[in-house]
Design a protein around this ligand. Structure first.
Ligand code: ZN
Length: 275
């Protein structure tokens, strides 16, 4: 699996070669959550996030590979990649629970040391239901700490979601992609003020990837995409990986998604013309 350490090496490499790099903030375990920026500065910025769910860290690998492919290419828009939002989750999958009280808490919730299906952060909060967008109203929400679907005590009570919120407010993107796995679907709806525009942009992503455009929010609430849409940002959740597969996801399956996703930065450039 693609690890936090490998991500940091890749970020450093891109930074050394001229890309802007930095941190959006820190995690529960005080690990930096890195970003890399490619393309133009100025008005039209986008944000691509991956691995907000721990077991989906193949999406971090996808995002970093997109950054590698385009960091030397001229782009008329800018793209901020936050490849691994849930860095502690990735570390938990790689190393298992740490020693001490927090580790015992996580191991107990998980029912053992195999964290390969874990989605939440190091507080056992599912970061993608912790945003202030219909908080606690999602179909699958739970209200007790768990490996997935626990909303937290209140919106934005986790450092990772605070960091992504503050970063997004600073960047003011016109478009965001939240990469998840699996299903090969594109979600765009959440009480959209600009539904016609948002559907048009999402359709372009669906056309390019061949993934299915899904109308309706699928019962989701509290996600990053949902929150972006409420801020007036055009936003999609893109589920990669065919549903013939099941979790845990193998890195090798990225081969099956790369052709459809490698030129997403170029597609985003085209979306800026459609606003
Ligand atoms: Zn997910």
């Amino acid at each position: 699996m693609y690890t936090y350490g490998e991500l940091m090496d890749d970020i450093d490499y891109l930074g050394y070669n001229g890309a802007e790099i930095g941190y959006i903030g820190k995690s529960v375990w005080d690990n930096a959550i890195p970003y890399v920026h490619i393309g133009a500065k100025g008005k039209n910025q986008a944000i691509i996030t991956g691995a907000i769910h721990a077991r989906e860290n193949i999406t971090a690998l996808l995002a970093i590979r997109q950054a590698y492919r385009y960091y030397k290419e001229p782009l008329s828009v800018g793209i901020y990649f936050v490849p691994m939002v849930n860095v502690d989750g990735a570390i938990l999958l790689q190393n298992g629970a740490p020693k001490g009280e927090n580790g015992e808490f996580l191991r107990k919730i998980n029912g053992g040391d195999d964290f390969s299906l874990w989605k939440a952060n190091a507080n056992a909060v599912d970061l993608n239901v912790n945003f202030d967008a219909g908080f606690g109203t999602g179909k699958q929400n739970v209200f007790v700490a768990g490996s997935e679907n626990f909303v937290g005590e209140s919106p934005f009570d986790q450092p990772e979601t605070q960091a992504l919120r503050d970063f997004t407010n600073k960047v003011k993107p016109f478009f965001t992609i939240s990469y998840h796995a699996l299903g090969r679907e594109v979600y765009w709806q959440y009480h959209n003020r600009h539904a016609e525009r948002d559907r048009r942009l999402a359709q372009k992503i669906a056309d390019h990837t061949g993934y299915m455009l899904v109308d309706g929010d699928g019962g989701s609430a509290g996600g990053y995409k949902d929150w972006c849409v409420l801020q007036g940002i055009s936003a999609v959740t893109v589920e990669i990986i065919s549903s013939v597969h099941t979790h845990p996801i193998q890195d090798a399956w990225l081969k099956e998604e790369w052709e459809q996703n490698k030129d997403i930065p170029r597609v985003i450039e085209g979306l800026a013309q459609l606003l």
